[in-house]
Design a protein around this ligand. Structure first.
Ligand code: ATP
Ligand code: MG
Length: 198
């Protein structure tokens, strides 16, 4: 009978071999498209976490927020001190949108700013926060958005967040993660917290 220790050793050796072979196989160097979708909390947080990671290495990053911006957003205040440009919808889309025409105009305006970042190789990373809704609601032309993302500079990565990412977007992504909602404090009547939720 093999003891627990010996079994564990064999198992972890096999795992190590597998991981090493995957690491050896990954040879391509290029920017990636990363989607963080799903109904659970943590999508934008993860997007901003990636921006922090990028800026921490001395690379340049840009942020585009496809939702009416709140002035009081903690990550913006911090990242602007590190020269991260923000393009934010001044008016238009909120969660309880009423006016489709003005939402579309606001979406198109911020998309024009996004396109400048997505054409500029000095940006190592571009965060397109809440972009999924613009495509889900047909506020932006899907084909154009996909084309611009596909034609970005070779070493630039893009992080896209928001619920309900459409298939065409997931198809062009390299990494897609879905955050599952298990429970959320808000549903228990706890108010959104400054420094936690924004
Ligand atoms: P966060 O910005 O906290 O990472 P998110 O980007 O995953 O959240 P959004 O759908 O963009 O989620 O929602 C923005 C706001 O709604 C945040 O204040 C967040 O805490 C809250 N929220 C996120 N998920 C849920 C949920 N499942 N139920 C209730 N509120 C939520
Ligand atoms: Mg979000």
């Amino acid at each position: 009978m093999m003891d627990k220790q010996a079994k564990h050793k064999i198992k972890s050796q096999k795992l190590k071999e597998k991981v090493d072979s995957h690491v050896a196989q990954a040879q391509t160097e290029r920017g990636v498209v990363l989607i963080i979708t799903g109904n659970g909390k943590g999508k934008s947080t993860a997007g901003f976490g990636t921006v922090a990671r990028c800026v921490g290495h001395g690379y340049q990053a840009a942020v585009v927020q496809f939702i009416k911006g709140t002035w009081d957003c903690g990550e913006r205040t911090l990242l602007e001190q590190h020269d991260v440009p923000f393009a934010v919808m001044g008016t238009g889309f909120t969660w309880e949108t009423q006016d489709r025409e003005s939402d579309i105009a606001a979406a198109e305006k911020v998309w024009r700013e996004a396109k400048l970042f997505l054409a500029d190789p000095q940006y190592h990373l571009v965060l397109l926060d809440e972009l999924t809704y613009m495509l889900g609601y047909d506020y932006l032309n899907k084909e154009e958005v996909i084309e611009v993302i596909n034609n970005r500079p070779k070493n630039q990565s893009v992080v896209i967040t928001g619920r309900g990412a459409i298939k065409a977007l997931k198809d062009i992504a390299d990494t897609v993660s879905e955050i599952k909602d298990i429970k959320h404090a808000f549903k228990a009547g706890i108010k959104a917290r400054k420094g936690v939720d924004w």
